[in-house]
Write a protein that binds this ligand. Structure first.
Ligand SMILES: NC(=O)c1ccc[n+]([C@@H]2O[C@H](COP(=O)([O-])OP(=O)(O)OC[C@H]3O[C@@H](n4cnc5c(N)ncnc54)[C@H](OP(=O)(O)O)[C@@H]3O)[C@@H](O)[C@H]2O)c1
Length: 253
Protein backbone atom coordinates (compact mmCIF):
# COMPACT_ATOMS: atom_id res chain seq x y z
CA UNK A 1 0.00 0.00 0.00
CA UNK A 2 1.34 3.46 -0.91
CA UNK A 3 0.43 6.36 1.37
CA UNK A 4 0.85 10.14 1.24
CA UNK A 5 0.84 11.77 4.68
CA UNK A 6 -0.35 15.36 4.92
CA UNK A 7 0.93 16.95 8.14
CA UNK A 8 4.20 16.62 10.00
CA UNK A 9 3.23 16.88 13.67
CA UNK A 10 2.70 14.32 16.43
CA UNK A 11 0.27 11.99 14.67
CA UNK A 12 1.94 12.21 11.26
CA UNK A 13 5.28 11.30 12.86
CA UNK A 14 4.10 8.41 15.03
CA UNK A 15 1.73 6.86 12.45
CA UNK A 16 4.42 7.38 9.81
CA UNK A 17 6.98 5.47 11.91
CA UNK A 18 4.50 2.67 12.60
CA UNK A 19 3.63 2.37 8.92
CA UNK A 20 7.28 2.10 7.93
CA UNK A 21 7.82 -0.56 10.63
CA UNK A 22 4.95 -2.56 9.12
CA UNK A 23 6.07 -2.25 5.50
CA UNK A 24 3.53 0.35 4.40
CA UNK A 25 5.15 2.51 1.75
CA UNK A 26 5.03 6.25 2.49
CA UNK A 27 5.67 7.95 -0.82
CA UNK A 28 5.41 11.61 0.23
CA UNK A 29 5.04 13.98 3.17
CA UNK A 30 3.13 17.20 2.51
CA UNK A 31 3.09 19.97 5.11
CA UNK A 32 2.19 23.65 5.25
CA UNK A 33 5.68 24.47 6.50
CA UNK A 34 8.23 23.04 4.06
CA UNK A 35 10.90 22.75 6.76
CA UNK A 36 8.58 20.56 8.85
CA UNK A 37 7.80 18.43 5.80
CA UNK A 38 11.51 18.05 5.06
CA UNK A 39 12.38 17.06 8.63
CA UNK A 40 9.75 14.29 8.79
CA UNK A 41 10.49 13.11 5.24
CA UNK A 42 14.16 12.72 6.18
CA UNK A 43 13.19 10.72 9.26
CA UNK A 44 10.95 8.44 7.19
CA UNK A 45 13.29 8.40 4.21
CA UNK A 46 10.75 9.65 1.66
CA UNK A 47 9.87 12.63 -0.57
CA UNK A 48 8.26 15.87 0.56
CA UNK A 49 6.63 19.07 -0.56
CA UNK A 50 4.55 21.91 0.89
CA UNK A 51 0.81 22.38 0.27
CA UNK A 52 1.50 24.36 -2.94
CA UNK A 53 3.65 21.58 -4.33
CA UNK A 54 2.84 18.69 -6.63
CA UNK A 55 0.87 15.95 -4.89
CA UNK A 56 2.12 12.41 -5.60
CA UNK A 57 -0.79 10.84 -7.47
CA UNK A 58 0.49 7.27 -7.31
CA UNK A 59 -0.67 6.69 -3.72
CA UNK A 60 -3.52 4.35 -2.69
CA UNK A 61 -4.41 6.48 0.33
CA UNK A 62 -4.05 10.10 1.51
CA UNK A 63 -3.84 10.55 5.28
CA UNK A 64 -4.50 14.01 6.70
CA UNK A 65 -2.90 14.36 10.14
CA UNK A 66 -3.45 18.10 10.50
CA UNK A 67 -5.07 20.24 13.21
CA UNK A 68 -8.84 19.89 13.74
CA UNK A 69 -9.44 23.51 12.70
CA UNK A 70 -7.53 23.16 9.44
CA UNK A 71 -9.67 20.15 8.47
CA UNK A 72 -12.65 22.46 8.13
CA UNK A 73 -10.69 25.02 6.06
CA UNK A 74 -10.36 24.60 2.31
CA UNK A 75 -8.54 21.36 1.51
CA UNK A 76 -8.81 21.81 -2.22
CA UNK A 77 -5.03 22.12 -2.61
CA UNK A 78 -5.21 18.35 -2.36
CA UNK A 79 -6.09 17.15 -5.84
CA UNK A 80 -6.39 13.40 -5.38
CA UNK A 81 -8.70 12.22 -8.18
CA UNK A 82 -11.25 10.30 -6.09
CA UNK A 83 -8.56 8.33 -4.23
CA UNK A 84 -9.34 7.37 -0.60
CA UNK A 85 -8.65 10.18 1.87
CA UNK A 86 -8.84 10.02 5.66
CA UNK A 87 -8.27 12.21 8.70
CA UNK A 88 -7.14 11.32 12.22
CA UNK A 89 -9.36 13.53 14.40
CA UNK A 90 -11.67 12.14 17.07
CA UNK A 91 -13.94 15.15 17.22
CA UNK A 92 -14.33 16.04 13.51
CA UNK A 93 -16.95 14.44 11.23
CA UNK A 94 -15.68 12.31 8.39
CA UNK A 95 -17.95 14.31 6.08
CA UNK A 96 -15.50 17.26 5.98
CA UNK A 97 -13.57 15.16 3.47
CA UNK A 98 -16.54 14.73 1.11
CA UNK A 99 -15.28 17.64 -1.02
CA UNK A 100 -12.08 15.77 -1.84
CA UNK A 101 -13.27 12.32 -2.84
CA UNK A 102 -16.28 9.98 -2.62
CA UNK A 103 -13.93 7.57 -0.81
CA UNK A 104 -13.26 9.10 2.57
CA UNK A 105 -13.01 8.09 6.19
CA UNK A 106 -11.42 8.44 9.59
CA UNK A 107 -8.43 6.72 11.16
CA UNK A 108 -8.48 7.88 14.79
CA UNK A 109 -5.62 6.77 17.03
CA UNK A 110 -7.03 6.69 20.55
CA UNK A 111 -3.79 7.47 22.32
CA UNK A 112 -1.83 10.47 23.52
CA UNK A 113 0.88 10.85 20.89
CA UNK A 114 3.94 13.09 20.91
CA UNK A 115 6.44 13.07 18.09
CA UNK A 116 9.31 12.97 20.61
CA UNK A 117 8.18 9.69 22.20
CA UNK A 118 10.90 7.03 21.98
CA UNK A 119 8.69 4.03 22.73
CA UNK A 120 5.41 3.90 20.83
CA UNK A 121 2.62 2.63 23.13
CA UNK A 122 -0.22 0.33 22.00
CA UNK A 123 -2.66 2.42 19.94
CA UNK A 124 -6.33 1.42 19.55
CA UNK A 125 -7.46 2.56 16.11
CA UNK A 126 -11.05 3.62 15.48
CA UNK A 127 -12.07 3.65 11.86
CA UNK A 128 -15.03 4.85 9.83
CA UNK A 129 -15.58 5.18 6.09
CA UNK A 130 -17.98 6.49 3.47
CA UNK A 131 -18.23 3.10 1.71
CA UNK A 132 -17.26 -0.56 1.93
CA UNK A 133 -14.26 -0.17 -0.36
CA UNK A 134 -12.67 2.49 1.84
CA UNK A 135 -13.62 0.62 5.04
CA UNK A 136 -11.85 -2.53 3.84
CA UNK A 137 -8.73 -0.51 2.98
CA UNK A 138 -8.74 1.10 6.43
CA UNK A 139 -9.28 -2.23 8.20
CA UNK A 140 -6.30 -3.66 6.35
CA UNK A 141 -4.03 -0.75 7.30
CA UNK A 142 -5.29 -0.53 10.90
CA UNK A 143 -4.76 -4.26 11.54
CA UNK A 144 -1.21 -3.96 10.24
CA UNK A 145 -0.22 -1.40 12.87
CA UNK A 146 -2.54 -2.17 15.80
CA UNK A 147 -3.96 -5.15 17.71
CA UNK A 148 -7.04 -3.15 18.66
CA UNK A 149 -9.22 -1.96 15.77
CA UNK A 150 -12.88 -0.99 15.98
CA UNK A 151 -15.39 0.78 13.78
CA UNK A 152 -16.70 4.00 15.34
CA UNK A 153 -19.01 6.49 13.64
CA UNK A 154 -18.84 10.28 14.16
CA UNK A 155 -21.13 10.18 17.21
CA UNK A 156 -19.25 7.35 18.95
CA UNK A 157 -15.88 8.99 18.29
CA UNK A 158 -17.10 12.30 19.64
CA UNK A 159 -18.28 10.55 22.82
CA UNK A 160 -15.01 8.64 23.14
CA UNK A 161 -13.21 11.94 22.75
CA UNK A 162 -15.09 13.35 25.76
CA UNK A 163 -14.17 10.25 27.79
CA UNK A 164 -10.54 10.58 26.66
CA UNK A 165 -10.42 14.23 27.77
CA UNK A 166 -11.54 13.16 31.26
CA UNK A 167 -9.25 10.12 31.46
CA UNK A 168 -6.16 11.70 29.97
CA UNK A 169 -6.14 15.49 29.60
CA UNK A 170 -7.82 16.29 32.90
CA UNK A 171 -5.83 13.77 34.96
CA UNK A 172 -2.59 15.06 33.43
CA UNK A 173 -3.58 18.63 34.28
CA UNK A 174 -4.15 17.53 37.88
CA UNK A 175 -0.62 16.03 37.92
CA UNK A 176 0.72 19.34 36.58
CA UNK A 177 -1.03 21.30 39.34
CA UNK A 178 0.24 18.85 41.98
CA UNK A 179 3.77 19.30 40.60
CA UNK A 180 3.53 23.12 40.80
CA UNK A 181 2.22 22.82 44.37
CA UNK A 182 5.08 20.46 45.36
CA UNK A 183 7.71 22.68 43.78
CA UNK A 184 6.41 25.81 45.50
CA UNK A 185 6.10 24.03 48.85
CA UNK A 186 9.58 22.46 48.58
CA UNK A 187 8.29 18.88 48.30
CA UNK A 188 9.72 16.24 45.93
CA UNK A 189 7.02 15.50 43.27
CA UNK A 190 8.88 12.25 42.43
CA UNK A 191 7.53 10.79 45.68
CA UNK A 192 4.07 10.75 44.08
CA UNK A 193 5.04 8.87 40.92
CA UNK A 194 4.58 5.30 42.31
CA UNK A 195 1.13 6.35 43.53
CA UNK A 196 0.20 7.79 40.13
CA UNK A 197 1.34 4.63 38.34
CA UNK A 198 -0.42 2.35 40.85
CA UNK A 199 -3.70 4.26 40.38
CA UNK A 200 -3.47 3.93 36.59
CA UNK A 201 -2.47 0.25 36.76
CA UNK A 202 -5.31 -0.65 39.12
CA UNK A 203 -7.96 -0.01 36.49
CA UNK A 204 -6.57 -2.75 34.26
CA UNK A 205 -7.97 -5.20 36.83
CA UNK A 206 -10.90 -3.37 38.42
CA UNK A 207 -13.51 -0.78 37.58
CA UNK A 208 -12.35 2.69 38.74
CA UNK A 209 -15.67 2.94 40.49
CA UNK A 210 -14.67 0.18 42.94
CA UNK A 211 -11.17 1.41 43.81
CA UNK A 212 -11.76 5.04 44.83
CA UNK A 213 -9.94 6.06 48.01
CA UNK A 214 -9.32 9.38 49.82
CA UNK A 215 -11.02 11.77 52.20
CA UNK A 216 -14.03 12.52 49.94
CA UNK A 217 -15.29 8.91 49.72
CA UNK A 218 -14.67 8.54 53.48
CA UNK A 219 -16.56 11.83 54.02
CA UNK A 220 -13.63 12.84 56.26
CA UNK A 221 -14.63 16.49 56.68
CA UNK A 222 -11.80 17.31 59.12
CA UNK A 223 -9.10 16.26 56.62
CA UNK A 224 -10.92 18.01 53.78
CA UNK A 225 -10.99 21.23 55.83
CA UNK A 226 -7.26 20.95 56.63
CA UNK A 227 -6.43 20.38 52.94
CA UNK A 228 -8.53 23.40 51.89
CA UNK A 229 -6.70 25.58 54.44
CA UNK A 230 -3.37 24.56 52.88
CA UNK A 231 -4.72 25.66 49.50
CA UNK A 232 -5.62 29.20 50.56
CA UNK A 233 -2.84 30.62 48.34
CA UNK A 234 -3.80 28.39 45.40
CA UNK A 235 -7.33 29.58 44.45
CA UNK A 236 -7.53 27.53 41.25
CA UNK A 237 -6.51 24.31 42.99
CA UNK A 238 -8.84 25.12 45.85
CA UNK A 239 -11.88 25.48 43.59
CA UNK A 240 -10.98 22.26 41.73
CA UNK A 241 -10.56 20.50 45.09
CA UNK A 242 -14.08 21.56 46.10
CA UNK A 243 -15.61 20.54 42.74
CA UNK A 244 -13.87 17.13 42.76
CA UNK A 245 -14.74 16.47 46.40
CA UNK A 246 -18.42 17.29 45.77
CA UNK A 247 -18.39 15.10 42.68
CA UNK A 248 -16.96 12.09 44.58
CA UNK A 249 -19.43 12.54 47.48
CA UNK A 250 -22.39 12.83 45.07
CA UNK A 251 -21.20 9.88 42.99
CA UNK A 252 -21.15 7.51 46.00
CA UNK A 253 -24.32 8.90 47.66
N1 LIG B 1 -1.60 14.12 19.32
C1 LIG B 1 -2.50 13.26 19.71
O1 LIG B 1 -2.34 12.67 20.79
C2 LIG B 1 -3.71 12.94 18.86
C3 LIG B 1 -4.38 11.73 19.11
C4 LIG B 1 -5.47 11.40 18.31
C5 LIG B 1 -5.87 12.25 17.28
N2 LIG B 1 -5.20 13.43 17.07
C6 LIG B 1 -5.66 14.27 15.96
O2 LIG B 1 -4.68 14.24 14.92
C7 LIG B 1 -4.64 15.51 14.23
C8 LIG B 1 -3.23 16.06 14.28
O3 LIG B 1 -2.86 16.23 15.63
P1 LIG B 1 -1.31 16.44 16.04
O4 LIG B 1 -1.22 16.21 17.51
O5 LIG B 1 -0.44 15.67 15.12
O6 LIG B 1 -1.14 17.98 15.75
P2 LIG B 1 0.23 18.82 15.69
O7 LIG B 1 1.37 18.02 16.21
O8 LIG B 1 -0.07 20.13 16.32
O9 LIG B 1 0.45 19.02 14.13
C9 LIG B 1 -0.49 19.76 13.41
C10 LIG B 1 -0.19 19.66 11.94
O10 LIG B 1 -1.21 20.38 11.28
C11 LIG B 1 -0.62 21.21 10.29
N3 LIG B 1 -1.46 22.39 10.15
C12 LIG B 1 -1.87 23.24 11.13
N4 LIG B 1 -2.67 24.19 10.63
C13 LIG B 1 -2.75 23.95 9.28
C14 LIG B 1 -3.43 24.61 8.20
N5 LIG B 1 -4.17 25.69 8.40
N6 LIG B 1 -3.30 24.06 6.96
C15 LIG B 1 -2.55 22.95 6.76
N7 LIG B 1 -1.87 22.30 7.74
C16 LIG B 1 -1.98 22.81 8.97
C17 LIG B 1 0.77 21.52 10.79
O11 LIG B 1 1.58 21.76 9.68
P3 LIG B 1 2.93 22.64 9.77
O12 LIG B 1 3.69 22.16 10.97
O13 LIG B 1 3.61 22.35 8.49
O14 LIG B 1 2.48 24.07 9.92
C18 LIG B 1 1.14 20.24 11.52
O15 LIG B 1 1.77 19.34 10.64
C19 LIG B 1 -5.69 16.37 14.92
O16 LIG B 1 -6.88 16.25 14.19
C20 LIG B 1 -5.84 15.73 16.30
O17 LIG B 1 -7.13 15.95 16.86
C21 LIG B 1 -4.13 13.78 17.83
Amino acid sequence: MKVVIIGSGNVATILGKLMIQHNINIVQIISRNIEHAKKLAEELNTNYTDINGLVDDTADLYLLAISDASLTESLLYLNIHDKPVIHTAGAVSKDVLKVLSPNYGVFYPLQSLRKEMKIIPPIPILIDASNVYTMELLKKMAHKISDSVQIANDETRQKLHVAAVFSNNFTNHLYALAEVFCNREGIDFNLLKPLILETANKITEASPDTVQTGPAIRKDLITIEKNLNLLSEYPEMKSLYIIMTDSIINHYR
